[in-house]
Design a protein around this ligand. Sequence first.
Ligand code: PMP
Length: 476
Amino acid sequence: MFSKEESIDLREKLIGESCQLFFRKNPLKIVRAQGQYMYDEKNDAYLDCINNVAHVGHCHPAVVKAGCDQMSLLNTNNRFLHDNILLCARKILNTLPENLSVCYFVNSGSEANDLALRLAQIHTGNKDVIALEHAYHGHLTSLIDISHYKFDLPGGVGQKEHVHVAPIPDTYRGKHRDSDHPSDRLGHLYAEEVKYLCDKIRETGKGVCAFIAESLVSCGGQVIPPRGYFNEVYDTVRSSGGVCIADEVQVGFGRIGKHWWAFQQYDVYPDIVTMGKPMGNGHPVACVVTTKEISDSFSKTGVEYFNTYGGNPVSCAIANAVFDTIEAENLRENAVVVGEYLLDNCQMLAKKHKAIGDVRGVGLFVGIDLVADRESREPDGRCAEFVHRRMREEHVLITIDGPHCNIIKFKPPMVFTKENVDAVVSTLDRVLKEYRETSELFAVNTAKAPPSGKATKEPQHRPIKSMLEKQKIKSI
Ligand code: PMP
């Protein structure tokens, strides 16, 4: 409808400036998508390594059909009986430990986490929340308050009295590192930090309301907490009167492959689990699952809960189709196989490129930590910026995150293939070589910092093109 230039102009005028936009200086106008590919207004394809929301693949026909069919039949709120919400609750509960037995349907990850906090406050009678450094849990006021990733920014709202921030259990560049301690001590060292906060809260005569953490910390830089961490933390928090909330909004629904939920890899039992993003494959649907005891505390207040759109028949038809597609297409198995292949190939790349300090991941949740110096582990945000921009020019979409903006994040749709991995890794190999060459050239010529980066060669995006040709999907 609008040319790309018109879209940019109109967006500037009509949409709040603080609304995030990828590649703000030269944004992408994506007009359609299929599987793990997105297409711009010129019909150029991009390989999507970003969208954990399009979990079973963009516009999956089974999901689209389920939504359309239900939309043409009935959509109303859940104050009427309907089977879709029951089927959906049953599917979710079948994947969780038995103690998690009651569902509340909402529309977004933020709503899910806000309700989780409310449940925790009502159940414990406490207000103080422990969250992780660099964590993000959503855009509602209650969640910005507990999201160090946002409240701690210059211009952020700052740390509120009821909020306590535990060090991120990042064994590569966090407070306790694998270079300083044996790996089997790290879980305990980081758990002790949470114990310290629990004790501090109690010393002031208050009680702990909740500990909330992602089971793998995504915004904090694709961090994999050390073995034993959650087990010890959950025990400490409970003995301090609090409940444990696992935020599975990004990392749930089988992304780690071996399990449906990332907390299951640690053999812990959260009191509340929140889920969202992948649940509707792009449609807004999310859920809070909790124990009968916590749910009973909520109902005993006598205040009824109502959510106009949460758990409506269309949302639940879509979520049910997502579940069925994960099973029918063995997407968890795919996450194990392709995730391992991605991890192995990135680790091989680390042997060639000193800029890669650490490669970590589980299933299709993988991070690459870029460093200026391997010894000191000094983060290299400049390299990350270069890689981000050049990969996009090569038609591979990745994101960069972490407190130093130096972590390459991979969280692609679960239909990602080994061939996609080959394309990503060969492109990354080329781009990192280019960065090294331009940095060396710049250092020789100017003895100054490396360039933030103009492309040294014309973009090639050969791997993406040949992959699409082979898969014959250019004309979808
Ligand atoms: N929790 C986590 C871990 C998230 O990453 C996000 C969104 N990025 C949310 C909660 C909030 O979800 P939503 O944007 O759907 O409100």
